[in-house]
Design a protein around this ligand. Structure first.
Ligand SMILES: Cc1cc2nc3c(=O)[nH]c(=O)nc-3n(C[C@H](O)[C@H](O)[C@H](O)COP(=O)(O)O)c2cc1C
Length: 279
């Protein structure tokens, strides 16, 4: 299937700025193409996603692998308009949250396993950081699998981690018990526009063989900044009043500015208050 081969290569050339070999005889090229062409969507048509389709996507998501088969990820569907609006009100900078036909929350659930141990009359000497870590990994895999399923049927998604800026309020709103925390929200709907591929750091930076190798990282980041600026230049610079106006504004400048501001410094306290131990 030469068309798909070329489309995958075109997507990766945009993504990584390099030609990736694709054997046209491989099965599953359509799936690889969807993965290669991934992009989040933040604008949606005014068209519902049927409950049956949503349930199908959740079933696909919950088919993701699970660490030790512990199954520590849950999905919460927020349908009620008042609750949706209350969450959207907390995040006015992200109007796609209010507009999306569907809003979900992906949860790390560290509460089931200790309960099971108790019901089976067993000790639970594993109430430490690993419990949280495993549950967050499971939730992340479920989230990624959900996106893959949604994109396969032509839906568009945008994960929403900024709900964690209001973790306590949202946790109360959704009645999350102890040891259940939100990992990310998710907007879902039929895309209103095609969207575009976001370039990633080159595989030379993020793909390692045998030993971790950082090499000339600063130079590689600089090259990435310039490659990315050619196809996806930033429209606005963050906080020019504090940082000035950069003559060249690339990804690294943007991320450095973004993380020059304390973000969710209270998140550890929230996670502890939800009963997770972080040691
Ligand atoms: C865990 C996670 C949380 C995210 N949180 C937000 C968010 O709060 N708001 C938002 O608009 N986009 C969010 N995104 C989307 C990213 O900004 C997006 O994936 C990134 O810019 C790369 O774009 P791409 O996915 O189209 O390649 C999130 C993505 C992930 C994986």
């Amino acid at each position: 299937m030469p068309d798909l081969t070329q489309s995958i290569q075109a997507a990766f050339s945009e993504r990584f700025g390099e030609r990736i070999a694709v054997d046209p005889a491989l099965p599953g090229l359509d799936e690889l193409h969807r993965i290669a062409a991934h992009r989040v969507h933040r604008r949606y048509l005014a068209r519902d996603v049927s409950p049956d389709l949503l349930r199908l996507l959740c079933a696909c998501a919950m088919s993701a692998p699970s660490k030790s088969d512990l199954q520590q990820a849950d999905i919460l569907i927020v349908r009620e308009k008042a609750r949706r609006d209350a969450i959207a009100d907390l995040l006015p900078e992200m109007p796609w949250l209010r507009d999306a036909p569907v809003f979900l929350v992906f949860l790390a659930n560290g509460s089931r396993l200790p309960q099971v141990s108790q019901w089976r009359g067993k000790p639970f000497p594993n109430d430490h950081l690993d419990l949280l870590f495993n549950a967050v990994v499971d939730a992340s895999l479920v989230l990624a699998t959900f996106m893959r399923a949604a994109e396969a049927v032509g839906l568009g998604c945008c994960p929403i981690s900024v709900i964690r800026d209001h973790a306590r309020v949202i946790s109360d709103m959704l009645a999350l018990p102890d040891k259940v925390i939100p990992v990310a929200g998710m907007c879902l709907g039929w895309p209103a526009e095609a969207g575009a591929i976001t370039p990633r750091l080159s595989l030379g930076t993020t793909l390692h063989e045998e030993r971790f190798e950082d090499g000339d990282l600063a130079q590689q980041i600089d090259a990435y900044d310039r490659r990315r600026a050619r196809s996806r230049p930033y429209r606005n610079q963050r906080d020019p009043a504090r940082f000035g106006v950069a003559s060249f504004y690339g990804w690294s400048e943007d991320k450095a500015r973004q993380y020059a501001v304390p973000l969710r410094a209270d998140f550890g306290a929230f996670v502890r208050a939800k009963g997770f131990r972080l040691d």
